[in-house]
Design a protein around this ligand. Structure first.
Ligand code: FES
Length: 269
């Protein structure tokens, strides 16, 4: 049922709608799926990060991305690219220096913001559905103003992607030394490729590549990079979910081989 009301100060009238929402479709389904998906992933990742075992396959040098770079006393020397400066206290993750930045990168990501504002904070849960909160200050005040630091988290994510790439390269290792190649390598490399695609598709990356330019014609290299990033950027949401999948799959595979639940399928070495 609708009547007409005047918006304060606007001089214009708009429909005063008594119903909470006039949407009759299943608008609640996408936020529900997002909630279940993100909650499941965060639960799995938290359990794994604090498990402190089954993170490295010594024979093949497979290191799960959740433990990279490995920095505590628990890390075998082959997995400790930067030494082991941290003690083995259970509250300290092996990748204590990188996980906070990765968390910040995803938390401040433009796509994830939309996803968790809708699914967790109901702010709002969907288009044309009222906000679950009476007040709304957007991202203009503490603490959400820090969402604007996303660009700096992006810089950190680039460095971490380089480390993940190196992990994938040195995992071409056979138990006897020298070159080796197995299904684990396919999974590790696939994960790294997807991580780069997600990282480079970032909105901040797109702005860094082509923002504030007056004439693309005078910056052909930046223009080409911006064009490439722009194409990736249209798939940012998909890449955000795909990388959650590849990260979990990579971690699970390394855990399973490390725990001897099954053996790595070897092609060479
Ligand atoms: Fe999603 Fe930057 S906008 S990672």
């Amino acid at each position: 049922m609708t009547t007409t009301a005047t918006r304060p100060g606007s001089g214009r009238s708009r429909a005063a709608i008594m119903a909470k929402t006039l949407r009759t479709d299943r608008w609640w389904l996408p936020p529900l799926i997002t909630f279940v998906g993100l909650a499941a992933w965060v639960t799995y990742a938290t359990v794994r990060v604090f498990m402190h075992k089954w993170f490295f396959v010594e024979d093949y040098h497979y290191l799960t991305p959740f433990y990279s770079p490995c920095l505590t006393d628990r890390c075998p020397s082959e997995a400790a690219l930067f030494g082991t400066p941290l003690p083995s206290f259970w509250l300290i993750p092996e990748a204590a220096f990188t996980l906070p930045f990765l968390l910040l990168f995803r938390l401040t990501c433009y796509y994830y913001r939309k996803a968790y504002y809708r699914a967790f904070w109901l702010s709002p849960p969907a288009c044309a559905v009222p906000d679950g909160h009476s007040k709304y200050s957007g991202e203009t005040r503490f603490p959400l103003i820090f969402q604007n630091a996303h660009r700096y988290a992006f810089y950190a994510a680039v460095i971490i992607s380089v480390i993940n790439t190196w992990d994938a390269i040195i995992a071409f290792h056979s138990p006897g030394g020298g070159f080796g190649f197995g299904l684990g390598n396919v999974i590790l490399v696939g994960n790294v490729v997807m991580l780069w695609a997600y990282t480079l598709s970032c909105h901040s990356c797109r702005h860094i590549a082509g923002g504030r330019l007056k004439h693309f014609s005078k910056h052909p290299v930046r223009y080409r990079f911006w064009t490439f990033v722009s194409k990736l950027n249209t798939r940012h949401m998909q890449l955000a979910w795909i990388t959650l999948g590849t990260l979990a799959l990579t971690d699970f595979y390394v855990m399973a081989v490390s725990a001897d639940w099954f053996s790595d399928l070897r092609f060479v070495g």
